[in-house]
Ligand binder design. Structure first.
Ligand code: SF4
Ligand code: SF4
Ligand code: FES
Length: 268
């Protein structure tokens, strides 16, 4: 499959009205007109990605996902993107919105509108540094392969308890923040180290390693720390905080990475 460049290479001027399968588009009362400029790529037809703009009537309280659904429903049925829950839980609609990694279902149009009421153009592109399959869909397998490397599951040795594995509230609180990860890849695809080196495990893998390393019921900390100590592990992190800023779940990603580094320094 052709891998498009990271940035679209032409500015498209196609209008939605020229597209097939269009239906009469409703205009909600109180709507403002925005230009949504989307990086398009169809591996069957295109040698590279290009920008295409759509005029979309939308309410300031609409989520960006609503605008994408509007485009797909009324302007161009070929527009391709992932989404599932539409409530910030599944992590499937991560994309660059105005150059920042976000979940389309969490960001409201009003948060992107200029205060002076000037006409708005919003750019939407796929996550950076993952292979684009079509339009806004990236291949997540390279991301999940790195995640699997750190053994993101409970490891226990010895006989299983007769009932559940007990844990105090304080022990549970130790890794509460990193349980919130939804594997959206916003962090890893915003990491400059990952941009440069695709074997770097990346912040999402570190967050999920942290979730188990600091779980008092888990016995696999030593083997995970061994993995995180290697050349693609936490020592490559440059503490730039891109990952923390990108995380739609508000996880203190860089802090978690620092705690893993400390564990490596003080447990051996
Ligand atoms: S803090 Fe580390 S892991 Fe996070 S974006 Fe920066 S270099 Fe990448
Ligand atoms: S740490 Fe945050 S940004 Fe990274 S994959 Fe998990 S939820 Fe997404
Ligand atoms: S659609 Fe599930 S997080 Fe946005």
């Amino acid at each position: 499959m052709t891998q498009p460049p990271g940035e679209p290479d032409t500015v498209g001027s196609l209008t939605a009205a020229t597209r097939p399968h269009t239906k009469p588009a409703p205009v909600p009362e109180g709507a403002v007109m925005v230009i949504v400029k989307i990086a398009r790529f169809n591996p069957d037809n295109d040698r590279g990605s290009y920008w295409e703009s759509f005029r979309v009537p939308a309410l300031p309280t609409d989520r960006m996902l609503n605008l994408l659904i509007y485009i797909k429903s009324y302007l161009d049925g070929t527009l391709t993107f992932r989404r599932s829950c539409a409530h910030g839980i599944c992590g499937s609609d991560a994309m660059q919105i105005n150059g920042i990694n976000r979940l389309a279902c969490k960001i409201l149009l009003k948060d992107l509108l200029p205060r002076d009421g000037a006409p708005t153009t919003i750019t939407i592109a796929p996550l950076r540094s993952l292979p684009v399959e079509k339009d806004l869909i990236v291949n997540m397998e390279p991301f999940f392969n790195l995640y699997r490397e750190i053994k993101p599951y409970l490891i226990t040795y010895g006989p299983a308890p007769e009932r559940e594995r007990l844990q105090s509230p304080a022990d549970r609180a130790r890794f509460d923040d990193t349980t919130k990860c939804i594997l959206c890849a916003c962090c890893t695809s915003s990491c400059p180290v990952y941009w440069a080196e695709k074997t770097y495990y990346g912040p999402a893998a570190f967050v999920n390693a942290h979730r188990f390393i600091f779980d008092s019921r888990d016995h696999g900390a030593a083997e995970r720390l061994e993995i995180l100590n290697d050349i693609d592990g936490v020592w490559r992190c440059r503490t730039t905080f891109n990952c923390t800023q990108a995380c739609p779940r508000g996880i203190q990603v860089t802090k978690a990475i620092t705690e893993v580094k400390r564990a490596l320094m003080f447990t051996r």
